[in-house]
Structure formats: C-alpha cells, structure tokens
Design a protein around this ligand. Structure first.
Ligand code: TRP
Length: 334
C-alpha cells in the first residue's frame, strides 16, 4: 500500500560503501522507495566534522549518488540531492539553535562517545571535538524538518538523533505554533550479523570491509582473504561460525542457503570451494549494479545533472518552509 507519508534519509559521504551498508540500510531504503515518496540526500555538510579534504568530500559524494542511482531504487519516487546545494538548511539550523536546550546536545550519543573515549584515554574530555560534531543533531533536525518528513528510517544507533529532531520540533511548535510535523524514527529491522573479512562486524574502522562496488577481480581477491579456521576439506564445519556462510546468507535464496549449510555440515566442502561459491553468488547480484555505477562514475555530467535537478526541487520545498519559519520567528512577510 502506498500512502502519502514522506520518508527521508541522509547518507554521509565519508568512505566507500560496503556490503554491510548495503544489507543493513541501502537495500531496505530501496524497498521503501518502491512504496513511498523517499527523500535521500548526500549529507556532505555532516561529513565536515570529520573530513577536511574537499576533494575527498566531492568524490565520495559522487560515489554515493552513483550508488543510489544504480541499486534499483524507484527513482520516480525518489528525490536525490546534495545537502549543501540547499543552503536553507544552514539557515534553519541557526533558527533551531535558539529553541534547542543545550542539555540535549550534551546528551547526544555521538558527542558523549567522543568525550568518553577521551576521558578513558586520560585526555581532556573535549580533545578533538569540534562544534560541528557537538551541534550536529541540530543540523540533522534541520534536514528532517525542512522537508516535512514523516518517517526517518535509521539504524538503532541513529534513533536518538531522530528523537532529538522531534523534541526540537516540539519546542519550536510550543513557542511559535504548530509549524513542523513531528517526525518519527523507523528502526530498520536488524539484518543480523554482517561479518567482515576477519570475522568481526564489517566496519570501516576495523578495515575489514568488502566494498559494494569492488570490481569482479577485487571482489574475488577480498573473498579469498576471508579468515577461516584450519579444518581440512573433509571435516564437518559449523556454518553459523563461518564468515563465508554468514555473508552468503544475505544474498542467496532460502534453498541455496539451506543447501550450503548442509554441505558445510556433511564435510567434503573445502573453504576454497566455499569461497568460490560465495564469490559467484555475490558477483551475480552485484555485477549489474556495478555496471551502471561504473558508467555513471565515468559520466559525471549525468551525475551533476541529476543532482542539480534534485536540488532545484529540494530548494522549492525548503523555500516554502523557510518563509513560514521567518514569518513566525522574525515577523517578516509570508
Ligand atoms: N547522521 C546520519 C548518519 O550518521 C546521517 C544523516 C544526516 C541523516 N542527516 C540525516 C540520517 C537526516 C537521517 C536523516 O548516518
């Protein structure tokens, strides 16, 4: 069923998208886009609190844009744009700072994690913490409120930030009248463990990722590097403790998964063969997306045109919101 609810999500252009991002978030966003109006923006302003290299911000921005345009989203329902192409979000951030209690920012997970790490290491609590990190929940609230979002699909780690956006909208509405919709977080169903090459959770910070858009050759190399135990081909193996099987599960059909599990248990399947099975499955799913992605990354003019078109639609929505906000806060004409 399709309703009129607006879904919104932002993706920070801070690194190569990997299989964990795809299974945990992008694939689910793609499904949402087939049923709902979906706003997806590339959160380049958010990247600035950790990235001070403009070339890298631009390249990762193209990377994310090309990925969104390659994964099979229903682009008729999607509004895709670059956050910084709509400067009104900065204006709304400034406006919202004035109704946001400071205590809310002190409690933000992202800021608290940074200070706790510093304290544990015996350093000053605010070492390396810039104001971008500290107030980033307000920028995120502005992202959400500017475009009248109803639902914000996020991983569990981002739930608090969406609740902050709702709180901030509530404070605003109490003072100035009901202007903002109160957005709701929708926690993405946990996709289960997505292990990286070393068996720990796939994460950029562990340097154990498999990039979603790796070439066929790179993909194969990465898979061959997956760490296994030293069981011989003949021995029976527990699929649930094997990174190979745990990855395969997310891409194969239920029958194929059951079949591989049985082959692990019965013995006679060596890790080399299992890796080849995993590679072939992944490659069959990813190759068509990769082809479109590679095309777009070598046709930047098409990416620029898509982002420009998205920005022009986004700016119209933003301008409407801002003229109402300026009116109620500053007394200017509507
Ligand atoms: N903070 C999100 C993250 O770190 C990215 C983001 C920025 C976002 N603005 C948003 C997500 C608005 C949802 C809605 O992944």
């Amino acid at each position: 069923m399709s309703d009129n609810k607006i879904f919104l999500s932002g993706i920070k252009p801070t690194g190569d998208v990997h299989l964990g991002n795809y299974v945990g978030m992008l694939r689910q966003m793609r499904d949402i886009s087939h049923a709902h109006k979906t706003i997806i923006f590339i959160a380049d302003l958010h990247a600035l609190n950790m990235m001070h290299d403009a070339d890298a911000v631009r390249e990762y921005t193209y990377h994310i844009a090309a990925i969104i345009m390659s994964l099979g989203f229903n682009m008729d329902n999607v509004l895709l744009f670059r956050q910084s192409d709509v400067p009104a979000v900065c204006e709304l951030t400034t406006m919202l700072t004035n109704v946001t209690p400071k205590g809310l920012m002190d409690r933000a997970h992202s800021y608290k994690a940074a200070t706790e790490r510093n304290i544990a290491a015996g350093n000053d609590a605010d070492l390396g913490v810039n104001m971008g990190l500290y107030v980033y929940p307000i920028l995120m609230a502005a992202d959400i409120l500017l475009y009248n979002s109803d639902i914000v699909p996020v991983g569990a780690d981002q739930k608090q930030h969406v609740e902050f956006a709702r709180d901030i909208a509530g404070h605003f509405n109490t003072i100035y009248g009901d202007l903002f919709k109160l957005p709701e977080p929708q926690i993405m169903p946990d996709a289960g463990i997505i292990p990286g090459l070393d068996g720990r959770k796939m994460s950029k910070s562990y340097d154990n990722t498999i990039p979603l858009m790796a070439s066929g050759g790179e993909l194969k190399k990465k898979i061959m590097r997956i760490i296994t135990d030293s069981k011989t081909p003949d021995e029976s193996k527990d699929p649930e403790t094997s990174t190979i099987y745990m990855l395969y599960r997310h891409f194969a059909t239920a029958d194929e998964v059951a079949d591989l599990a049985a082959r692990f248990r019965s013995g006679g399947l060596g890790y080399g063969t299992a890796k080849t099975i995993l590679f072939e499955k992944l490659d069959s799913v990813l190759a068509p997306m990769r082809e479109r992605y590679d095309y777009l990354m070598t046709h930047r003019d098409e990416l620029d045109a898509a982002l420009a078109q998205g920005a022009s639609v986004a700016r119209k929505i933003a301008d409407k919101t801002m003229s109402r906000v300026r009116h109620v806060m500053l007394g200017t004409k509507k």
